[in-house]
Design a protein. Structure first.
Length: 244
């Protein structure tokens, strides 16, 4: 009798082991199916979340841009190219482009761009305070440079040796604000605006890319930048080199 009882217990134990193996097998199959279903859904969720973040960045940038340009006075000037290696001194204006120049309410000339800042010396009068290196303000970030107008209405963009200078350089947002994205802005005058003609507003196309090469655009928006004061389009040379 004891032998039969031990045999029964052995059989029960063996049956439980088989059931456990089958259960694990079924569970593994179900998990594989769930992963196959959830993986595309997770990718879609990440893509939607990334798009939402990009739209928030774009909206905040547009609001900041409107605040900066709303109080422009004197004149508005657009540079076709305004990158790290582009020379602004002695350049005339264009119908549309990367750089926007105007006089703010404090009387300083502001130059706005997203194309990177060259190696620039920061001066107060004739005193060199610091130097902004190209890597300090990389392309894809909104920043502003400030200058002092001279009696002839121009400002010094370069020193006597041809090295870029400014009174101040300001990154509008921290690098983390962009969350790995890269900003690009193209400014333009309304159609039909003539040189020296009155400008009531500007047009801008704001784009956000996921890569520094600007091949993968995430989101873009065309906006109108209203101007509070009477300003004129300026195409003549406004930036020069400091005299000896």
């Amino acid at each position: 009798m004891r032998a039969l009882q031990r045999l029964r217990r052995y059989r029960k134990s063996g049956t439980s082991l088989v059931e456990m193996v089958v259960t694990l097998l079924v569970f593994g199959i179900m998990m594989t199916m769930m992963v196959g279903v959830l993986s595309p859904a997770a990718k879609i969720f990440v893509r939607i979340q990334k798009l939402q973040y990009a739209q928030i960045i774009l909206d905040n940038t547009i609001q900041e841009l409107r605040g900066m340009t709303r109080d422009a006075t004197g004149y508005i000037k657009i540079y076709e190219k305004c990158g790290e290696t582009d020379r602004i001194a002695d350049q005339t204006g264009a119908q549309s482009g990367q750089g926007l120049e105007f006089v703010n309410e404090d009387g300083y000339v502001m130059l706005i761009s997203t194309e990177g800042c060259p190696d620039t010396g920061i001066y107060r009068g004739s005193q060199l305070l610091s130097t902004v290196n190209p890597g300090d303000v990389p392309a894809g970030r909104l920043f502003a440079r400030y200058y002092v107008r001279e009696k002839d209405g121009k400002y010094h963009y370069e020193d006597t040796s041809g090295h870029p200078i400014a009174r101040a350089v300001n990154s509008i947002f921290t690098d983390r604000y962009y969350m790995g994205n890269y900003l690009e802005i193209t400014f333009s005058y309304p159609s039909g605006t003539s040189p020296d003609g009155k400008v009531d507003y500007l047009e801008a196309e704001v784009r956000l890319y996921s890569d520094a090469e600007k091949n993968e655009m995430v989101v873009k928006e065309s906006v109108v930048l209203d101007l509070r004061y009477h300003v004129n389009r300026q195409d003549r040379v406004t930036a020069d080199r400091a005299a000896l």
